[in-house]
Design a protein around this ligand. Structure first.
Ligand SMILES: O=C(O)CCC(=O)C(=O)O
Ligand SMILES: [Fe+2]
Length: 239
């Protein structure tokens, strides 16, 4: 796929084909601009984190009501995706949906896979804090995500970085974030994207520990089923 060519140097080689990590994808000013653009009245509080969906949440049948993304989510991020060839193979040739998650220290997300509502590519921009994304191998006969196994890989997501998951990495793995305050034992042999990191020294200097602060992630996706505004089929797709 086009993304592989453009992102080749950023591939996380240990993980099944299709995971790419780019440190410092945005700069400090762009990060600050994004944080101040987040509308405070759009948060939905969940038990273990809070989230926002833009332009809106999907219907029960995974249909997105067509609407433009707000400009602060388009520039500079989606424009950069386009130059990298990201989403060039997806049905709408670009992301049409952004889910924003906020995690306090000690908050996380259970191991899961991103559902069939989306074309199999997700691009995640991290803001504010570093944390580990745990990656689990999906067993062939596995319908339900399991929590009784330890992660096979850990991907460290630094603030301002971009993580792209597509291909086999999207279809054959689960991902989650453990509910801890400190990521520990961060070393070349325990962090799958160690060689790609923007700042390894900070981890080495801290004895392989990362003390989490509040982290926000922007996850860009292409929702497959889109309904034009004014249509009455929302929630009741035909055929
Ligand atoms: O915050 C992240 O990096 C992961 C979020 C996630 O897995 C999701 O929203 O499906
Ligand atoms: Fe996910």
């Amino acid at each position: 796929m086009a993304a592989n060519n453009m992102l080749g140097a950023h591939q996380i080689s240990d993980i099944p084909d299709g995971m790419f990590y780019i440190p410092n994808f945005i700069d400090h000013q762009q990060e600050a601009d994004l944080l101040s653009a987040l509308p405070s009245n759009r948060w939905i509080q969940l038990q273990h984190r809070r989230l926002q969906t833009h332009p809106s949440s999907l219907s029960k049948t995974n249909i997105l009501l067509e609407a433009p993304l707000p400009s602060w989510l388009v520039n500079p991020i989606i424009t950069r995706f386009m130059t990298l060839g990201l989403f060039s193979d997806s049905p709408h040739q670009g992301p049409n949906h952004v889910l924003i998650n906020e995690y306090e220290p000690n908050q996380g997300i259970m191991p899961h896979e991103d559902g069939a509502a989306y074309y199999p590519i997700v691009a995640t921009v991290s803001l504010s804090s570093t944390l580990c994304l745990d990656i689990y191998e999906k067993k062939r006969d596995e319908d339900q995500p399991r929590t009784d196994v330890s992660p096979k890989w850990r991907v460290l997501q630094e603030p301002r970085s971009l993580l792209v998951t597509c291909g086999t990495a999207y279809t054959d793995t689960l991902h989650g974030i453990s509910e801890i305050e400190v990521d520990e034992d961060l070393r070349p042999d325990t962090v799958a994207n160690w060689t790609l990191l923007g700042d390894k020294n900070i981890l080495v200097d801290n004895g392989g520990r990362n003390v989490r602060t509040t982290r926000i992630s922007l996850t860009y996706r292409d929702v497959i089923k889109v309904s034009k505004a004014g249509s009455k089929i929302l929630g009741r797709p035909r055929g």
